[in-house]
Design a protein around this ligand. Structure first.
Ligand code: DHB
Length: 367
């Protein structure tokens, strides 16, 4: 008899280019999950096929097409940036192949196909608690500076709406996503002297931002640094130096999250990856694999509609804390933590000091 065909997972990630850290983190996390949980699910072998889309949406789409037609994948996953998640969405719908978004975070992505499910986060989900914290902590005037594309615009809108509703004043600035030069924007902020600068840049860009923040003297200006946690991403944070100390951010994951599940995750991840610290992208990848494994167990190895249906409503304890998949929106429901960058045992961490439990994407919750 022929050997049984494996169940194939196509993991499409930016493994090269400016967003390669996202690919590296997610690939490492997916491999760790398989190492810990075996490569057999529902009696079938799991085969992970990793493809590099170089951060280019046309390439993501072509790779998804090839994986569907030639490799007959049961699931596709990864998707390191919003344009890379949107490009293959029509293919997921056409072929009825579930697509697990492990990184991209523009709110509308899950609406692009009924086969998309997300284990990362949405920017509005992470951002509204930042506006609440700022309003409650004496911050009255804020400049926002965001990368000018989906997640940045989401962050800007979510912050501005929530913060002005509480009486705050906001000035909005946008910086190009590709090869950003922050300095002219930072000069404007230095001149305007707001109480705080709210920043969104995607994972992998925070260090560049911090360097220019120091070069413009903003670290000595008294202007506080706030934002969703992408800018103080655990992949880069420890090399940013003292400039990052005191930054207040809101997000769903910190490598310093104090739970037995996270301690085990961080330790195993570092051990398997030469000491690399997992960031929020890694936890999106790890939980994405968990969702795929548990979904396949429920369907006895069937993909397609059965698999996406099995994923809806699933809940588990992630290294980030308790999570579930909203059965209506296929977005992840999770705690958002308020964190402050502190030095802990000689290393910089986002230290969580408050928790907003079970946050849904506020954009879809309002519909
Ligand atoms: C997106 C990418 C990121 O690296 C991030 O931190 C947040 C959002 C995105 O393109 O959706």
């Amino acid at each position: 008899a022929l050997a049984q065909e494996p169940l194939k997972i196509g993991l499409i990630l930016p493994m090269t280019g400016p967003f390669a850290s996202t690919g590296r983190q997610i690939e490492a996390a997916a491999k760790l999950y398989m190492q810990q949980n075996g490569d057999t699910v529902a009696g079938k072998k799991i085969q992970l096929i990793v493809k590099d889309d170089t951060g280019t949406a046309d390439v993501t789409k072509r790779l998804a097409q090839e994986l569907i037609v030639n490799d007959k994948i049961a699931v596709m996953a990864g998707f390191g940036l919003t344009p890379l998640a949107l490009a293959p969405a029509p293919l997921a719908t056409q072929a009825k192949v579930p697509a697990v978004v492990m990184a991209a975070a523009t709110a509308t992505i899950t609406e692009a196909s009924p086969y998309i499910v997300r284990t990362s986060f949405t920017l509005p989900q992470a951002t509204v608690p930042m506006a609440d914290w700022a309003a409650q902590n004496g911050i009255k005037k804020v400049a926002t500076l965001v990368s000018d594309y989906g997640p940045g615009i989401d962050a800007e809108k979510a912050f501005t709406t929530a913060f002005t509703a509480k009486g705050g004043q906001v000035e909005n600035l946008r910086v190009p996503l590709a090869n950003p030069d922050f300095s002219p924007f930072l000069q404007k902020v230095a001149d305007a002297k707001p109480d705080a600068l709210f920043v969104f840049v995607p994972s992998g860009i925070g260090a560049q931002f911090m360097k220019q923040f120091v070069e413009r003297g903003l670290d000595k200006s008294g202007i506080r640094l706030i934002g969703p946690g992408d800018v103080t991403d655990d992949d880069l944070l420890n090399n940013m130096g003292d400039v990052a100390l005191g930054a207040i951010t809101t997000q769903h994951y910190s490598a310093a999250h104090d739970s037995p599940e996270n301690k085990a995750f961080v330790e195993a991840f570092k051990k398997a990856n030469n000491g690399m610290r997992p960031n929020f992208m890694a936890v999106g990848g790890y939980d994405g694999m968990h969702l795929i494994y548990e979904g396949l167990k429920k369907t006895s190895g069937q993909g397609g509609q059965a698999l996406i249906d099995a994923m809806k409503g699933m809940s588990w304890t992630s290294p980030r804390g308790p999570v579930s998949i909203d059965p209506q929106t296929r977005d992840i429901v999770q705690n958002i933590y308020v964190r402050k960058v502190e030095r802990k045992d000689g290393e910089l961490y986002n230290v969580e000091f408050a928790t907003i439990p079970n946050v849904k994407d506020p954009v879809k919750a309002a519909k």
